[in-house]
Write a protein that binds this ligand. Structure first.
Ligand code: NAG
Ligand code: NAG
Ligand code: NAG
Ligand code: NAG
Length: 463
């Protein structure tokens, strides 16, 4: 039987009243720390929440999945970047104050045809909340999720990302620079020796490139960095982006990182014109130390690469033990992208190239920080983040289980294979590079070392 019309209306009213009462009760039970009303528009005040409140709700496991680091690491990071963030914020607040003053002057003069609207007062947002928002965003979290969690505006959420990126960039302690001290270099090589079955003791780092995926840059944006639009197109991966080169140590911390070329460039050209190469030429590495790179690089006095096209024999054995150390950089890229899920999708067009570079460098620094803080194993992302990442309008790259890397590390390792290896070509390299590919500097010596150790690669499955 249908309820009579008047009875239905009465019931609806009761439900509405109850809902309103419940909302009011919640409203008054929460802290009102600020007036969130926009200019002449009475909106509900925003309800702020602290990172601690959120932690109490999530618990330590979920906090780690959401913020990509432990609660303890979060506060350690906060203490390191707080001062820089607050300085940047003060600078921005000054600019806003001036804008508001200008607006008032315009109003007073009656010249309000097109006044600069004052930014809505947002109340004070604690620096820790800003940092938390930036981390959630970098983790691949949805901005709508973040703004409703912390009760801040969409604009403040995005600004918080840039305050954080800026602060991380300015914090000297986070700078990534290959150590100049031979003692530190030997320590790096010692760590590599520890994981090398044949005890290679010359590895001063493992080098490779990864594509930082962006949308096709606008003409103006490409002009601003003086690079042709097509130079951003990575032909191997059919994506626009930037070529990022990095050197990692055995734990996957970045020892050197540079982003100076578009995605079209090969690793060898990027490397040959990098600052790192310049330093290496000037004798950066301690005697007998070399970098381990793949066949996208050229064997030289400071770089050792695998033999191309081997099948069986001592060269093949050598290649296997070489790859055992070289793979650390792939693991590092895997961790970087797994931790900071925004790297799995294209960086939006309205983030300029220069800003994209700062963002990625900041994420690399945070990656190093997490490893330092013993947050080495990257937690799985929250399911809603995973969902948000994989439904990105520009698409997203999967993280694929990497069997070789998993075996070496003894735990499941996933790598963004759709981004790694885009620079493994010699298309733009002058011919002399290709010829030099045949040169041998250290390979022969290392190959003999492998032979002397009587070790051979594990048999491949199916042979
Ligand atoms: C490696 O082998 C492939 C075919 O198997 C050949 O096309 C290529 O030229 C070889 N490369 C070198 C450097 O010998
Ligand atoms: C898509 O991914 C990029 C970078 O990861 C992110 O900045 C952007 O907000 C995402 N788009 C949507 C609609 O979530
Ligand atoms: C970039 O564009 C997206 C929509 O495509 C927007 O949500 C976002 O706020 C913009 N970011 C900036 C920094 O302008
Ligand atoms: C990082 O900060 C330094 C100042 O410490 C500044 O000179 C540099 O331009 C910043 N880098 C980027 C990419 O914004």
């Amino acid at each position: 039987m249908l309820l009579s019309n008047s009875k239905l209306q009465a019931q609806t009213l009761i439900v509405f009243a109850a809902a309103a009462a419940a909302q009011a009760a919640e409203h008054f039970s929460c802290k009102h720390s600020r007036d969130g009303s926009r200019l002449n528009k009475p909106t509900c005040p925003r309800h702020s929440r602290s990172v601690r409140d959120v932690y109490m709700c999530l618990g330590s496991q979920y906090f780690r999945r959401a913020y990509r680091m432990s609660y303890k690491s979060f506060w350690e990071l906060y203490l390191k970047v707080k001062d820089e963030m607050e300085a940047t914020f003060k600078e921005a607040a000054k600019i806003r104050r001036l804008a508001r003053r200008k607006h008032r002057r315009q109003l007073r003069r009656g010249n309000n045809r097109n006044p600069t609207p004052p930014p809505p007062p947002n109340g004070k947002i604690h620096t820790s909340v800003r940092l938390a928002c930036a981390l959630r965003y970098s983790a691949g979290g949805s901005p709508y999720d973040i703004i409703s969690t912390y009760g801040i505006s969409h604009t403040e959420q995005f600004d918080s990302v840039w305050y954080t990126v800026d602060a991380v960039n300015k914090t000297k302690e986070f700078d990534i620079k290959y150590p100049e001290s031979h003692e530190e270099q030997r320590k790096i090589a010692e760590d590599f020796r520890g994981v090398s079955t044949v005890k290679f003791e010359c590895c001063g780092g493992s080098i490779d490139g990864i594509l930082i995926w962006t949308l096709k840059p606008t003409l103006a944006n490409a002009k601003a960095v003086g690079v042709d639009q097509q130079k951003f197109m990575c032909g191997r991966k059919h994506k626009f982006g930037l070529n990022c080169q990095a050197v990692s140590d055995v734990r996957g911390q970045f020892l050197d990182i540079s982003i100076t070329y578009g995605g079209a460039s090969s690793d060898v050209v990027t490397f040959e014109s990098s600052d790192l190469k310049r330093h290496l030429d000037q004798g950066l590495l301690a005697p007998n130390l070399v970098l381990f790179g793949d066949n996208a690089y050229i064997d030289s006095q400071y770089m050792v690469t695998p033999y191309p096209n081997t099948s069986g024999g001592p060269k093949d054995n050598y290649n296997f033990f070489h790859s055992q150390l070289r793979i650390r950089i792939e693991c590092a890229f895997g961790m970087l992208v797994q931790r900071w899920g925004i790297l799995r999708s294209a960086v939006p067009r309205n983030i300029s190239i220069a800003k994209t570079i700062t963002l990625v460098l900041a994420l690399a620094k945070l990656h190093n920080f997490c490893i330092d803080a013993a947050d080495e194993v990257v937690a799985n992302p929250l399911l809603q983040d995973e969902h948000h990442m994989t439904t990105n309008e520009s698409g997203s790259v999967p993280l694929v289980p990497n069997a070789d890397a998993s075996k070496v590390l003894g735990r499941e390792v996933t790598t963004p294979d759709d981004l790694i290896g885009g620079g493994e070509h010699f298309d733009d390299a002058p011919r002399q590079y290709r010829r030099r590919q045949q040169d041998d500097y250290h390979r022969t010596g290392l190959c003999i070392h492998v032979q002397d150790s009587f070790m051979s690669r594990p048999r491949r499955r199916g042979t």
